[in-house]
Design a binder for this molecule. Structure first.
Ligand code: PAF
Length: 290
């Protein structure tokens, strides 16, 4: 069977300079349009595109930014190797309905003499905050700059980086930034693996093991909701991951869904079960609501 040719997509306008970004937004604002922002680091997959689609439900025009932010990578992390795929990212964003790609250079984001960092205390503590020192400071700083450059009505982030989402909600609230920070549900492969740009690093053997992460999370969540002892369940889950082929487990924890306070009993309000584990050199994260 032959498939009909795919509809041609109009190339997405690209702004590299903040002046170009602001000019586009000023024109939209003059027409009374609402503006959405989807910050990303590129290497886009369906998870990112779902953020664009959610932003389009909440705003008339959507800017997607692609910026591989050096300040959120630790010295031994994958900043240099992080995939950079501008032209395929632009095509995907155009197809998803984004109106502008903003992709600033590192020197314009952090010019000579740059000296300010944004720290969000509380929700940044523990979990990835402990395992990746400085990471949330880098994220909070770059997202503050993107929000100030774009001044959107709404900004959308994925729930896969659940702690990051809570950090950014807190940041907007504490700094009186007039933006609605929205989380979008995790998009998964058919076997349950959360979509992530870092899945591309997995070898075929590691890719076979990777769905154990979500399977284990779901089993632990069900046991906790069924009344089993929380710390026994967490210990069992970590053991399952190691037995299943993960090389190490950074954390498997039950936390309050908003404050991220650790919980050692079955939750009365909303809670989140969060995990980070390494498969060879690749660190995977996932979480589910309880
Ligand atoms: O989630 C990401 O891709 C990044 O942390 C973000 C929010 C774009 C900041 O660099």
């Amino acid at each position: 069977m032959t498939h009909p040719p795919m509809a041609p997509t109009t190339p997405l306008p690209i702004a590299r300079e903040t002046g170009e970004l602001r000019a586009a937004i000023t024109a939209w604002r003059a027409e009374g349009l609402r503006v959405g922002l989807v910050p990303t680091m590129g290497a886009l997959h369906d998870g990112h595109l779902s953020l664009v689609r959610l932003a389009l439900e909440k705003a008339d025009r959507v800017v997607a930014s692609v910026f591989v932010n050096p300040t959120q990578f630790g010295p031994t992390e994958d900043f240099a190797a992080y995939p950079r795929e501008e032209s395929s990212d632009a095509t995907k964003l155009a197809r998803a309905g984004a109106n502008l790609l903003y992709t600033p250079a590192v020197e314009t984001m952090y010019p000579e003499g740059f000296s300010t960092t944004v720290t969000v205390d509380g929700v940044s503590r523990g979990l990835c905050g402990d395992r990746r020192p400085g990471h949330f400071q880098g994220v909070a700083t770059v997202v503050t700059k993107l929000l100030m450059r774009c001044l959107p009505d709404v900004a959308v982030f994925g729930e896969k980086d659940y702690q990051q989402l809570q950090v950014l909600k807190r940041l907007a609230l504490d700094l009186d930034i007039p933006v609605e920070v929205l989380g979008a549900p995790i998009v998964r492969e058919t076997d349950g693996l959360a979509m992530s740009s870092r899945n591309a690093y997995l070898s075929p053997e590691e890719r076979d093991v990777a769905p154990t992460l979500n399977r284990t999370l779901r089993r632990v969540a069900a046991d906790i909701l069924g009344g089993a002892d929380v710390s026994d369940c967490l210990e069992w889950g970590m053991g399952e991951l190691l037995k299943g082929g993960f090389s190490s487990v950074d954390y498997l924890e039950l936390r309050d869904a908003t404050t991220l306070t650790p919980l050692d009993e079955a939750p009365e309000g909303e809670a989140r079960l969060l995990v980070a584990a390494k498969l060879g050199k690749t660190r995977l994260i996932d979480n589910i609501a309880l």
